[in-house]
Design a protein around this ligand. Sequence first.
Ligand code: 7RM
Length: 636
Amino acid sequence: MSNYHIKHLEEYFQVYRKSVRDPENYWEEIAEEHFLWHKRWDNVLSWDFEKPEVKWFEGAKLNITENCIDRHLRTRGNKTAILFEPNDSSEKAQHITYNALHDKVCQFANVLKQQGVKKGDRVCIYLPMIPELSYAVLACARIGAIHSVVFAGFSAKALATRINDSDCKLVITSDGSYRGKKVLDLKSIVDEALETCECVENVLVVKRTRSKISMKDDRDQWLAPLMDAAEKTCEPEIMDAEDPLFILYTSGSTGTPKGMVHTTAGYMVYTAFTFKNVFQYTEDDIYWCTADIGWITGHSYIVYGPLANGATTVMFEGVPSYPDHGRFWEIVEKHKVTQFYTAPTAIRALGKEKLDFVEKYDLSSLKVLGTVGEPINEEAWHWYDENIGKRKCPIVDTWWQTETGGILISPIPYSTPAIPTFATLPLPGIQPALMDEEGKEIHENQVDGRLCIKFPWPSIARTIWGNHERYKETYFSAYKNMYFTGDGALRDSVGYYRITGRVDDVVIVSGHNLGTAPIEDAINEHPAVAESAIVGFPHDVKGNALYGYVILKETGETRDRDNVRKEINQLISERIGPIAKLDKIQFTSGLPKTRSGKIMRRILRKIASGDTSNLGDTSTLLNPEIVDEIMENVLK
Ligand code: 7RM
């Protein structure tokens, strides 16, 4: 039996039992056998969900880039580490070997040092999906700087908020980015953001689109000449197990985005372990995750997890619809991809297109298909199974979060029998619990409840940057001694879990988590708006789309409502990003409120979804009459 590589169902159950009976021993054996340490840990785990505080492998010393790069050089130096597939299919793919990756990361690390970046400093990375993004992430880790990658679709305001929150001293960006037919101007977004960021001293700019941009003297520099002049070796900074590795922002149901802090050793061990098992990775595989490195999926399963296993990881710059809807499948054929990991929203979008786009290509290299980010509906699951996997590839529906660092609930391919829409069973070391509304654990099966985790795993986020109180409040206060996920889940008669969706005010649109509160804040900035409430409603491609209820101020002026709608979406684009735009905006004279003044979103959600059969008890509302008005004017 191998703790590290589970190959059949019996083994899963054995390993799982062991991991729960003696978690410390379980993770210790894995850590010992599969990684490079400069010093061994003194203590495998100490934890206290009351404080809350979690520490794994305390006292150990390591550098994660040695584990992801240097360790492989002797046996895999000439193997492709990163296979870069550009936006334009006519541009050649780049095979970046482990040797080449080593040199680039060291050069970049030396550049960062020259710019005055030191261990513990925060570096903001705002880049498209080009190789320099991976180099930048790993270069930070090489020297012990904390990276904060911000998805390059976020607006200047959203970028500035994130830069300021973690006090970044350097920003790495590019002149522009290619996304399908579009060329986006990233540098000018950074310029605008930096007008409100005093902490940033230097900006490094990657040349990608050759767009005309402005460079600010004393602040901005092109990366390439600095890289060329830099040494190709850089001694790794030896880090403590619990030193922060990165910050990644995720939307909360209220307030500013939360800077989730992940630390070094536990994150490394857990992402490497889950990558190996969930994708049944073997040496000659070509693994492709279509996420952006701006999200946790990219951090854990494009960069760290695959590289820690010495894998070949595909990095795709473009979009699924360019030059046409066959692009994903063309890439699978071209590079003989063996594992393919994407989001349900992409599957639904491609499933709407003609099957010719799929049938043109040879997909026989595929062994495992994965999904992540939101619940997958049955129709999409079957489309994926039949047309992409040809009913021969297990599908892993992987449930996890930015906060969890790695996959927690997922089938293990060729071991766990899959059932559509079920993420199935917890991975080794993961102890889920379903809680009822009164705060009691539900022990029976075939029920739903709120999903919690009872015991720490190595890659749990350790805090929210600069706000430990909020970390405690958000994740450890709802239920005593439990990590609360914010998701609802159902457990069936055999113990399989099905994640039903968020139970808080986060809506997942096309796989992106959006807090409704910041969107409402943006709308309320409109001079004509008095108040607003945002809810999600089901959308056949995006999973959920956003529905806005807006109360206009009574100013006596008449405004063109379609104009106001446009202006509202414009504001949202500027404040948050185009992904947060509303699909429908209904003007209303009031919102259903409880006596304590809370908007009853449950009712608004039902109305927006067209489900008005059972609105529940509205008699406790302060203004029950408003419900009829809203229902009458609902936008179909
Ligand atoms: C990895 C990631 C986290 C939220 C999470 C869920 C939802 C993710 C699934 C899923 C149903 C899944 N991180 N979610 N995976 N829901 N089935 N397989 O997406 O921080 O961006 O989002 O995404 O609601 O809480 S995330």
